[in-house]
Design a protein around this ligand. Sequence first.
Ligand code: ADP
Ligand code: MG
Ligand code: MG
Length: 229
Amino acid sequence: KVLLEVKDLTAKIADSGLQILKGVNLVIYEGEIHAIMGKNGSGKSTFSKVLVGHPDYEVTGGTVLFKGENLLDMEPEERSLAGLFMSFQSPVEIPGFYDYVSRRLKIVNMDTNFLNRNVNEGFSGGEKKRNEILQLAVLGANLAILDEIDSGLDVDALQDVGEAVNELLTPQKSVLMVTHYRRLLDIIKPKFVHIMEDGKIVKTALMGKIPGVVEKGKINDSIDRTSEL
Ligand code: ADP
Ligand code: MG
Ligand code: MG
Protein backbone atom coordinates (compact mmCIF):
# COMPACT_ATOMS: atom_id res chain seq x y z
CA LYS A 1 0.00 0.00 0.00
CA VAL A 2 1.27 3.46 -0.88
CA LEU A 3 1.87 5.60 2.20
CA LEU A 4 3.40 8.74 0.74
CA GLU A 5 3.23 9.99 -2.80
CA VAL A 6 5.08 13.18 -3.68
CA LYS A 7 4.70 14.53 -7.21
CA ASP A 8 6.63 17.43 -8.73
CA LEU A 9 6.87 19.19 -5.38
CA THR A 10 8.28 22.69 -5.53
CA ALA A 11 8.77 25.01 -2.57
CA LYS A 12 10.41 28.30 -1.71
CA ILE A 13 11.61 30.04 1.39
CA ALA A 14 8.65 32.06 2.57
CA ASP A 15 10.72 35.15 3.47
CA SER A 16 13.03 35.55 0.54
CA GLY A 17 11.06 33.76 -2.15
CA LEU A 18 14.13 31.70 -3.00
CA GLN A 19 13.09 28.48 -4.74
CA ILE A 20 14.69 25.47 -3.01
CA LEU A 21 12.67 22.41 -4.06
CA LYS A 22 12.51 22.17 -7.82
CA GLY A 23 10.28 19.18 -8.50
CA VAL A 24 10.67 16.33 -6.02
CA ASN A 25 9.13 12.95 -6.86
CA LEU A 26 9.03 10.17 -4.31
CA VAL A 27 6.78 7.21 -3.54
CA ILE A 28 7.02 5.36 -0.23
CA TYR A 29 5.08 2.19 0.44
CA GLU A 30 4.08 0.94 3.87
CA GLY A 31 6.97 -0.72 5.67
CA GLU A 32 9.70 0.65 3.42
CA ILE A 33 12.88 2.36 4.52
CA HIS A 34 14.15 5.10 2.22
CA ALA A 35 17.28 7.19 2.56
CA ILE A 36 17.98 10.56 1.00
CA MET A 37 21.60 11.50 0.56
CA GLY A 38 23.18 14.44 -1.16
CA LYS A 39 25.53 17.33 -0.67
CA ASN A 40 25.04 19.96 1.97
CA GLY A 41 22.60 22.55 0.67
CA SER A 42 20.89 20.25 -1.83
CA GLY A 43 17.51 20.62 -0.10
CA LYS A 44 17.19 17.48 2.01
CA SER A 45 16.16 19.26 5.20
CA THR A 46 13.91 21.61 3.31
CA PHE A 47 12.11 18.64 1.81
CA SER A 48 11.70 17.05 5.26
CA LYS A 49 10.43 20.27 6.75
CA VAL A 50 8.03 20.95 3.91
CA LEU A 51 6.52 17.51 4.48
CA VAL A 52 5.80 18.26 8.12
CA GLY A 53 4.49 21.74 7.32
CA HIS A 54 7.27 23.98 8.60
CA PRO A 55 6.17 27.62 8.33
CA ASP A 56 9.52 28.86 6.92
CA TYR A 57 8.65 27.29 3.57
CA GLU A 58 5.88 27.80 1.07
CA VAL A 59 4.81 25.13 -1.38
CA THR A 60 4.59 26.56 -4.87
CA GLY A 61 3.54 23.49 -6.84
CA GLY A 62 3.02 19.76 -6.95
CA THR A 63 1.07 17.38 -4.75
CA VAL A 64 1.67 15.28 -1.65
CA LEU A 65 -0.68 12.47 -0.67
CA PHE A 66 -0.30 10.77 2.70
CA LYS A 67 -2.54 7.73 3.15
CA GLY A 68 -4.41 9.04 0.14
CA GLU A 69 -5.16 12.40 1.77
CA ASN A 70 -3.87 15.77 0.64
CA LEU A 71 -1.09 16.41 3.14
CA LEU A 72 -0.53 19.97 2.00
CA ASP A 73 -4.02 20.91 3.18
CA MET A 74 -3.28 19.82 6.73
CA GLU A 75 -1.91 21.84 9.64
CA PRO A 76 1.35 20.52 11.14
CA GLU A 77 -0.59 19.10 14.11
CA GLU A 78 -2.99 17.29 11.81
CA ARG A 79 -0.05 15.81 9.91
CA SER A 80 1.35 14.51 13.15
CA LEU A 81 -2.01 13.04 14.18
CA ALA A 82 -2.28 11.44 10.75
CA GLY A 83 0.93 9.52 11.50
CA LEU A 84 3.76 11.66 10.16
CA PHE A 85 6.71 12.15 12.48
CA MET A 86 9.94 14.10 12.13
CA SER A 87 12.89 13.86 14.47
CA PHE A 88 13.32 17.16 16.24
CA GLN A 89 16.54 19.08 16.61
CA SER A 90 15.34 20.23 20.03
CA PRO A 91 13.03 17.53 21.26
CA VAL A 92 9.71 18.55 22.73
CA GLU A 93 8.46 17.58 26.14
CA ILE A 94 7.40 14.02 26.52
CA PRO A 95 3.84 13.46 27.72
CA GLY A 96 3.64 11.84 31.14
CA PHE A 97 2.64 8.29 30.29
CA TYR A 98 5.23 6.87 32.67
CA ASP A 99 4.51 3.17 32.19
CA TYR A 100 4.13 3.40 28.48
CA VAL A 101 7.34 5.35 28.17
CA SER A 102 9.36 3.26 30.58
CA ARG A 103 8.59 0.10 28.64
CA ARG A 104 9.90 1.84 25.58
CA LEU A 105 12.97 3.19 27.33
CA LYS A 106 14.26 -0.32 27.34
CA ILE A 107 14.12 -0.34 23.58
CA VAL A 108 16.24 2.79 23.28
CA ASN A 109 18.66 1.63 25.93
CA MET A 110 18.05 4.46 28.36
CA ASP A 111 17.76 4.40 32.10
CA THR A 112 14.35 5.27 33.57
CA ASN A 113 15.89 7.97 35.78
CA PHE A 114 15.79 9.86 32.51
CA LEU A 115 12.19 10.63 33.38
CA ASN A 116 13.17 12.47 36.52
CA ARG A 117 15.30 14.95 34.67
CA ASN A 118 13.99 17.88 32.77
CA VAL A 119 13.82 16.94 29.15
CA ASN A 120 17.19 17.61 27.52
CA GLU A 121 18.79 19.26 30.52
CA GLY A 122 22.33 18.03 30.77
CA PHE A 123 21.86 15.50 28.00
CA SER A 124 24.75 14.52 25.82
CA GLY A 125 24.35 14.63 22.06
CA GLY A 126 23.81 10.88 22.01
CA GLU A 127 21.13 11.04 24.68
CA LYS A 128 19.29 13.77 22.84
CA LYS A 129 19.23 11.66 19.72
CA ARG A 130 17.99 8.66 21.67
CA ASN A 131 15.33 10.90 23.10
CA GLU A 132 14.19 11.73 19.59
CA ILE A 133 13.90 8.05 18.81
CA LEU A 134 12.01 7.59 22.04
CA GLN A 135 9.50 10.13 20.87
CA LEU A 136 9.14 8.19 17.69
CA ALA A 137 8.31 5.14 19.80
CA VAL A 138 5.83 7.07 21.90
CA LEU A 139 4.13 8.72 19.00
CA GLY A 140 3.85 5.51 17.01
CA ALA A 141 4.14 7.24 13.67
CA ASN A 142 3.51 5.51 10.35
CA LEU A 143 6.19 7.54 8.59
CA ALA A 144 9.19 8.69 10.56
CA ILE A 145 11.39 11.30 8.92
CA LEU A 146 14.81 11.18 10.55
CA ASP A 147 16.92 14.14 9.50
CA GLU A 148 20.60 13.52 10.22
CA ILE A 149 20.02 11.65 13.45
CA ASP A 150 23.63 10.55 13.02
CA SER A 151 25.11 14.03 13.26
CA GLY A 152 27.34 14.48 16.29
CA LEU A 153 27.09 10.85 17.38
CA ASP A 154 30.08 8.69 18.11
CA VAL A 155 30.17 5.15 16.74
CA ASP A 156 28.58 3.58 19.84
CA ALA A 157 25.75 6.08 20.05
CA LEU A 158 25.12 5.69 16.35
CA GLN A 159 24.90 1.94 16.77
CA ASP A 160 22.43 2.33 19.67
CA VAL A 161 20.24 4.79 17.82
CA GLY A 162 20.30 2.71 14.65
CA GLU A 163 19.37 -0.43 16.54
CA ALA A 164 16.62 1.44 18.40
CA VAL A 165 15.09 2.45 15.08
CA ASN A 166 15.33 -1.11 13.82
CA GLU A 167 13.57 -2.40 16.95
CA LEU A 168 10.70 -0.04 16.32
CA LEU A 169 10.13 -1.04 12.73
CA THR A 170 7.01 -2.99 11.93
CA PRO A 171 5.57 -4.04 8.58
CA GLN A 172 3.40 -0.93 8.68
CA LYS A 173 6.04 1.59 9.68
CA SER A 174 8.04 3.46 7.07
CA VAL A 175 11.17 5.51 7.49
CA LEU A 176 12.64 8.34 5.46
CA MET A 177 16.13 9.03 6.70
CA VAL A 178 18.31 11.87 5.63
CA THR A 179 22.04 11.47 6.02
CA HIS A 180 25.36 12.55 4.51
CA TYR A 181 27.08 9.43 5.77
CA ARG A 182 26.97 5.83 4.68
CA ARG A 183 27.62 4.62 8.23
CA LEU A 184 23.98 4.81 9.27
CA LEU A 185 22.92 2.86 6.18
CA ASP A 186 24.95 -0.10 7.41
CA ILE A 187 22.75 -0.26 10.52
CA ILE A 188 19.34 0.87 9.32
CA LYS A 189 19.23 -0.74 5.90
CA PRO A 190 17.15 1.17 3.40
CA LYS A 191 15.39 -0.42 0.48
CA PHE A 192 15.96 2.68 -1.64
CA VAL A 193 18.64 5.35 -1.56
CA HIS A 194 17.79 8.58 -3.32
CA ILE A 195 20.29 11.22 -4.28
CA MET A 196 19.15 14.81 -4.02
CA GLU A 197 20.82 17.51 -6.03
CA ASP A 198 19.71 21.12 -6.36
CA GLY A 199 16.20 20.52 -5.02
CA LYS A 200 15.44 17.33 -6.94
CA ILE A 201 15.88 13.61 -6.59
CA VAL A 202 18.18 12.84 -9.48
CA LYS A 203 18.94 9.17 -8.84
CA THR A 204 17.36 6.29 -6.99
CA ALA A 205 19.18 3.10 -6.12
CA LEU A 206 17.30 -0.04 -5.17
CA MET A 207 19.35 -1.71 -2.45
CA GLY A 208 19.39 -5.31 -1.32
CA LYS A 209 18.94 -8.29 -3.58
CA ILE A 210 18.90 -6.51 -6.89
CA PRO A 211 20.86 -3.28 -6.73
CA GLY A 212 20.24 -0.89 -9.54
CA VAL A 213 20.08 2.74 -10.39
CA VAL A 214 17.16 4.53 -11.92
CA GLU A 215 18.22 7.39 -14.09
CA LYS A 216 17.35 11.01 -13.71
CA GLY A 217 13.74 12.01 -14.12
CA LYS A 218 12.15 8.65 -13.36
CA ILE A 219 10.41 8.16 -10.06
CA ASN A 220 10.99 5.05 -8.02
CA ASP A 221 7.57 3.76 -8.97
CA SER A 222 9.13 2.89 -12.28
CA ILE A 223 11.15 0.13 -10.62
CA ASP A 224 9.46 -3.18 -11.20
CA ARG A 225 8.79 -4.25 -7.64
CA THR A 226 7.90 -7.82 -8.56
CA SER A 227 11.51 -8.37 -9.65
CA GLU A 228 12.61 -8.19 -6.03
CA LEU A 229 10.84 -11.41 -5.05
P1 ADP B 1 20.49 20.16 3.11
O1 ADP B 1 19.62 19.67 4.22
O2 ADP B 1 20.51 19.24 1.92
O3 ADP B 1 21.88 20.48 3.57
P2 ADP B 1 18.82 22.50 3.19
O4 ADP B 1 17.45 22.06 2.83
O5 ADP B 1 19.11 22.74 4.61
O6 ADP B 1 19.87 21.50 2.54
O7 ADP B 1 19.15 23.83 2.40
C1 ADP B 1 18.97 23.98 0.99
C2 ADP B 1 19.30 25.41 0.61
O8 ADP B 1 18.29 26.26 1.10
C3 ADP B 1 20.61 25.91 1.19
O9 ADP B 1 21.19 26.75 0.24
C4 ADP B 1 20.15 26.68 2.42
O10 ADP B 1 21.05 27.71 2.73
C5 ADP B 1 18.82 27.24 1.97
N1 ADP B 1 17.86 27.39 3.07
C6 ADP B 1 17.18 26.37 3.65
N2 ADP B 1 16.35 26.85 4.60
C7 ADP B 1 16.52 28.18 4.64
C8 ADP B 1 15.94 29.23 5.41
N3 ADP B 1 15.02 29.01 6.34
N4 ADP B 1 16.37 30.51 5.15
C9 ADP B 1 17.31 30.74 4.20
N5 ADP B 1 17.88 29.80 3.45
C10 ADP B 1 17.50 28.53 3.64
MG1 MG C 1 22.70 20.88 5.51
MG1 MG D 1 20.04 19.24 6.20
